[in-house]
Structures are given as C-alpha cells and as structure tokens.
Design a protein around this ligand. Structure first.
Ligand code: PMP
Length: 451
C-alpha cells in the first residue's frame, strides 16, 4: 500500500479518532481521504469519485464547493473572520436573524446562536426550563420525548433523545425524561393511513401531558421524520394535535428541525406542513448550506420577555459558546437562504423528489423490502429478513455495512442506518445521478439480503 490514498490513511490512523466509529473497523475498511468536492461528488486523492447521497451527514444542500456560497464566504473572510457576540455584533448575524425570522413560522422573532445541533438542543432545553423558573413555575422542569427520537450527543441532547445505541451506556449521567410511544407509521396496520395511525398514537402523548403537565417544561420532537432513528416518518396531523395540546396544558413545544429543516421534507421547515409554530425551533446542518458549523434556536417574544429584566434579578440567559454567530458561518447561511429565494429551489425539488420516489418505489416488490417511504427529499427503504412478518435482521449481522461497502465500490456514498437505506442528497443532484444512486442501492440490498 504505497498509494497517495494509503499514505493519508496511515497518517490519519496514527492520530485521528473518528466520530461514530468503532476504530477497529478501519482494519478492514480504512477511512477514505477526500481531496475535493464538486456538486454531489466527492473525490479522493487518486481520482475516484463518490456520489454523496447522504449530503455528508445531512448538511449539504447545494453541492460541495458551491460557487455562490464559496464567493460569499470568501468575501466575508476579507473583512471579519470572528468577533465575540457578547457586547458586540456584526452585519452577517444581524441580516441572518432578519432573514431567518422572516422565513420561519410566524411568531418566531428571536434568534439565539450556537455552533452545532446538539448545542442548539441544549439551548432550547435550558431556555424552556429557565423560562418556567423566571415566570415563577419552577416545578416545570421535566421533558417529554418520543420513542426512537434523536437530538444529539451532548448529555442534555442525549437525555431527551431515545436511540438506545447511543444512549444506553451513558444513562447514569442523564436526566430523567418522560418517553412517549412514537407516531412512526412503520408500525401501522395494513390498510391504515398515516394520518389515522399518527392520530391514534397521539393518545399516548395526550395521556402523558395530562399526567405530567404540572411538572413538564417542554415536549421535544423531530417534526415529520425521525432521521437517526431510521428515517421513520409520521403524519403532520400529529404536530397539529401536539401544538393544540401543548397550548392547552401550558407546556412548551420544541421542534428540532436540525435534520429536516431547509427543504428536506418539501417545505422550508417541516412544521409548515402542520401549520404550526413551535415555541422553540432548533436549526443547524443545512443552515449554512452545510458549509460551516452554526446553529440557531428561534423563539418568540413571550419567552424573550421572561428573560428581559434588571441584571441583578439574575434572570438573563447566561449560556455562551466561543464561536456563537461566527461571521463566516452567517455569511454562508445568508448565501444559502439567497439560493432558496432566487432559484425556486422548493419547486425544483418537487421534480427531483418525484423522480427519487418513483425509482425507489420499484423496490417495494423486492422480497426483503418491507417499506419504501418518502417525505419530500428524504426517501428510505427498510429491508427485513421476513417480509411477511416484518422480522428484522439482527443488528449484529451488520447488513447495512455490506450495502455501504458495495456502494463505495460503485462510487456512491450510502450510509444505511441499521436496516434502512436512505437517500438524502444535495438538491443539485441530476435525474441520471438519481438513477445511479437507486441502482446501486438496489444492488446493495440484493447483495445484503441474498443469504
Ligand atoms: N438533532 C437532530 C434531529 C439531528 O439529526 C442531529 C444530528 N444528526 C442533531 C440534533 C445533532 O446535531 P449535531 O450533530 O450538529 O450536534
């Protein structure tokens, strides 16, 4: 192994500890060093290309090295790279806040910044808790979450999430939460519609709110798609019911749109499909078009007002991160929002989504495919051992890994979540690239389920 790629791999493995990885796996499958990106393509040091069907962990919206976002970041770099956001401000963060509040569901008028998704969840959780304390209802300090939800890896975010693979080991470190059955429609009965199933599942949430409203600070959900939980999807009616019930029980609603925001579900924000405004909306990933680490928590005037007081009352939200509202990241975010406004992105995505869905649904008849589901630009294919009973393959068999390996050999980056192959590509993907992506996924599923 003396190729250019191999020399990077050797240097990498000497010092880099990769995220979400059993490093021993790299004895079999080394990390792939990437030299450059262009559009949906990533290229290694020997010229091999990979179609980024997962938008590099769901962040990239308009392709790698997008000329318009590049130009905006470059221009910003010439004048200001970073400045403390406490006591100081700058044009990119001011303009971005104006643009985000204009684009967000009505009533979300205040933006608090952090620099990654988990931190945004921490901010929303702390702000909700602190709000109730500031208004004299300090008993409201617990959080209600959905089974199979995911909100990040820091301890607060992990606590309000529910993917056991990431959570279980750290349980002794985590706050206690109230977990409610998910509206995830994969479990619906044959013939039952998504709306019927999600509506029926709301009974569990209603009961939890009835029992716990006196001590509940907020309900946190991933609107419409539980992404890390296997791209499990539910009907917007659940969010409509949830908004009404949260109001009735005086419990906040936190919408974690970190993965589903910025057009992934077909609308700019997933909450729009239910016609609701959450009390807190967490954004990250696609916020900067996937360029730079930035997150934002949007909230309303009522929450803001509860923190607005004389300093000595100690009601202020004293949370901070060094890189909060970084100007380069804000410039990238503004360029990304401009692309949405100028290029009719959501309408053009409908064509791409229709093509992706139609091609993926060809797999519905596959003997090991239990379901092909879609919400906008997210398409997921769930494969099972037994199609008749829905029995899954045991996780220890790591059949998704076989698909990952096959896809890499064919120049496509697919990264199944358990037994779910999904497509969440950048919006610059072409119809023929969609064909390649789906063809390779089908080959991978054939291969992984043949024995
Ligand atoms: N919430 C959701 C819904 C996510 O999908 C993720 C990341 N996959 C996070 C929060 C955490 O974001 P980050 O990885 O930037 O901390």
């Amino acid at each position: 192994m003396d190729s250019v790629n191999a020399s990077y791999v050797a240097r990498d493995l000497a010092h880099v500890w990769h995220p979400c990885t059993q490093m021993k796996d790299h004895e079999q499958l080394p990390p792939i060093p990437i030299r450059r990106g262009s559009g949906v393509w990533l290229e290694d040091f020997e010229g091999k290309r990979y179609l980024d069907a997962v938008s590099s962990w769901w962040v990239n919206l308009f392709g790698h090295a997008n000329p318009r976002i590049n130009a905006a970041v470059r221009e910003q770099l010439e004048s200001l790279e970073q400045v403390i956001l406490a006591g100081f401000t700058h044009e990119p963060v001011i303009a971005l806040s104006e643009e985000l509040t204009a684009a967000a569901p009505a009533g979300l008028t205040r933006c608090f910044y952090a620099d990654n998704g988990s931190s945004a969840v921490e901010v929303a959780v702390k702000m909700s808790f602190h709000y109730w304390r500031n208004v004299g209802r300090a008993r409201k300090r617990r959080f209600i979450t959905l089974a199979n939800s995911y909100h990040g890896e820091t301890l607060g975010a992990l606590a309000v999430g529910n993917v056991q693979l990431y959570k279980e080991i750290y349980q002794p470190l985590l706050m206690d939460v109230i977990t409610v059955a998910s509206p995830d429609c994969f479990a619906r009965a044959p013939g039952q519609s998504w709306a019927e199933y999600s509506t029926a599942q709301f009974a569990y949430m209603e009961r939890a709110l009835e029992c716990h409203a006196h001590e509940a600070s907020a309900v946190i959900v991933e609107p419409l798609v539980q992404c890390a939980g296997g791209m499990r999807m539910y009907d917007p009616v659940y969010l409509t019911l949830l908004r009404e019930a949260c109001d009735r029980h005086q419990v906040h609603l936190i919408a974690d749109e970190i993965a589903v925001g910025f057009g992934r579900t077909g609308t700019l924000f997933a909450c729009e499909q239910a016609g609701i405004t959450p009390d807190f909306m967490c954004l990250s990933k696609g916020l900067t078009g996937g360029y730079l680490p930035l997150s934002a928590v949007l909230t309303n005037e009522t929450v803001y007002a509860a923190f607005y007081d004389d300093y000595v009352k100690l009601n202020a939200f004293l949370h901070s991160h060094s890189f909060t509202g970084n100007p380069l990241a804000c410039a990238a975010a503004r360029a990304s929002l401009a692309l949405f406004r100028e290029d009719n992105v959501l309408a053009r995505n409908q064509v791409l989504a229709a093509k992706m869905g139609a091609r993926a649904r060809e797999l519905e008849h596959h003997p090991h495919v239990a379901e092909v589901r879609q919400r906008g630009m997210i398409v997921a294919i769930e494969f099972v051992r037994d199609k008749a009973t829905g029995e899954p393959y045991p996780w220890q068999e790591r059949r998704g890994l076989a698909i990952y390996r096959h896809a890499l050999s064919r120049g496509v980056l697919l990264r199944p979540v358990g037994n779910v192959v999904y497509f969440m590509p950048p919006y610059v993907i072409t119809p023929s690239e969609i064909d390649l992506m789906v063809d390779v996924a089908r080959e991978g599923i054939d291969l992984a389920t043949c024995a």
